[in-house]
Design a protein around this ligand. Sequence first.
Ligand code: IFM
Length: 735
Amino acid sequence: MEDLVTMPDSCDQGKSPWTFRVDRMAADDVALVGNQCMLGNGYVGYRGTLEEYSSDQLVGCMLNGVYDQVPGKWRETVNAPNGLFTRIEGAGEMSRHQLELNIRKGRLRRDSTVAMPFGVVTIQSERFVSHDNVHLICMSYSVRPSESGAVVVHTGIDREVWDINGPHLGDFEISEVGEVLCVSATTQELGITVAVSEVIDCPFEVSVAGSTRTVTFEAEAGRTYGFTKYVSIYTSLDCDAPVDESIRCCREAKAAGYDSLGVAHDERWENHWRDCDVEIEGDDEAQFALRYSLYQIQLAAPRHSETVSIPARALSGQVYKGAVFWDTEMFMTPVFTLTDPSVARNLILYRYHTLPGALAKAKEYGYKGAFYAWEGQEGGKEACTHFNVTDVFTGRPMRTYFRDKQIHISADIVYAIWQYVELTGDDSVLVEGAAEVMVECARFFYSYAYFKEDKDRYELIDVTGPDEYHERVGNNSYTNRMVKHCMDATLAALKRLEELDPDGYEDLDTKTGFVKELSRWARFSERLYIPKPAESSRIIPQFDGYETLEDVSVQALKERVLNPNEYLGGGSGLATTTKVLKQADVVLMLNLFPNDHELDVVRKNWEYYEPRTEHGSSLSACAYAMVGATIGRADWAYDYFMKTATVDLTGNSKQYVGTLYIGGTHPAANGGSWLSAVYGFAGLSANAESISCKPSLPSKWKSMRFTVRWRGDRYAVHVTQEKGTVLKCKEVVKV
Ligand code: IFM
């Protein structure tokens, strides 16, 4: 843990700590602190910046699922104008400052002392991004001057927000309707209207100019003066009249008042924690890190809609174009499947709503079915380019094979769907679109595969697996195994659909014509080549020819690096001719299919690949944690768990790939923390028939307690060093 993170020492509710404090105020810290102190509700993410900050300090109010492209630049998410903007006239340097994030309630408090022309002023604020009404952000703001005199505070809606590939908004209009101020604008590419309204509840004299109010009052030294502020955001994707709706929402919020809105918000958070909390006895640092990870993932969970998902950097900014990767299905959806299935359901149906883009992408490359976007945007649009990394030496874009060769994305989606169906028992999702997604993914893989007559088997050649340092390889073990699962799961799902809803089954056949392909798919699954462990070493090759590559240590490879940001993959990256892998690949597969191999094979592969993995992706560590725990290496796994669980607390992650900025929060690692704790250390095992656990706790953990939802019921899991129990709770849970 770095020194900027004060590990919590107090708790305002219950016996465990829930508070994260930051007291750094240097200009260099705005990116990290903005991530650490994020608020959000799945609709909007608000970075942890100060009220007086603007675009230079990366103020971001990111609208999930609203994308825009400026000609010649990358398409990315849109940041709304900043409705919380507030600045004290004459305020100078801060001499004392603390931010306090209450992760139990999703509230951020500020307490700063700032120089004034005469004396100092203490600023205290609190804000929350409502979990009760996703269109609402509330703030209370107060000042306490050390000297008597006139105080002038400017507050309003600031257009100067962080843009990586902007500016995205134009045609700004400002309106003042009664006491509500509204700024609306339209996106450049699609003409989406974004409306931000704000209203304040303030006893002082207020004047308005443009989108800024000026609050003026005569203050007495040492007395506190404050106001509350309500901000509402709507876009034309939400409704026909976003301006009117945001104004209405502000009025209603002001009438309801900060406290009562806060109570409704807190209740929602209590529900989230009831569903997802994990109590760890014996390790306060791990306890906080895991809760903080769960906090971060809850900020981005789309509870309000099935047409948005969770982007790879959540709602912390436009990094990775605000796009949705396989990260969601492999590292986040599984968390919600067992803790809050309604969120998992939305994430799954999002892939149904984005099927058109996946069908178009398969067609573009000459395949059938659904080839999902590597970097998905609305409607399934592919945001990944063929030249996704810029070489730090030449400044030239490098050809990368993420977009066209990471075919495993479609199988990852099917994996998440089928796991959801099996673990929740909610077949209805198949009827509502998931079965169609599965059909089109199966169809895609069948059209991608080659049948090798001489070997009497199907192969998947020319693919890129999760290890992106080795592109265009043949028979990547992870990909082939996932594709086999995709075919088997699709066949099983269709059988279930036929029993469950014969009319729906027929309709799906009328729409997609899958029935005549079923026998081909079954044969494909039977004859698809799945690389086996080598006779003597028991190592599963990551892909064809992996064993012929140079066996250099990660350390030695890093000594060859000339520029700290140089990309190790691509055409001539340093790792490409070596066995060094970017992230868990075979090990991730072993985690997903724990019954495929004896424990000895799993252990040998973990031990083989672990020293060869560079962990250049934040997705890697949790796979090593999960598998490490299952092979009885809980203490080794612990280091990987902590790496995963603290990634957004410490900020210890890659910030650049080539010249590309990739900072932000890491929801896949956040989800991976829960997966490591629950599937790894508690050894939870669940399928459609049974649920059980076989713990392997790190030595300093005395016990773990959590609940999961399995097939409509809630189960309480309690594990100690010696044993684990899974007990059904009395409460009946609806999916
Ligand atoms: O999806 C990942 C990928 O596996 C590695 N690079 C970063 C992406 C987004 O997290």
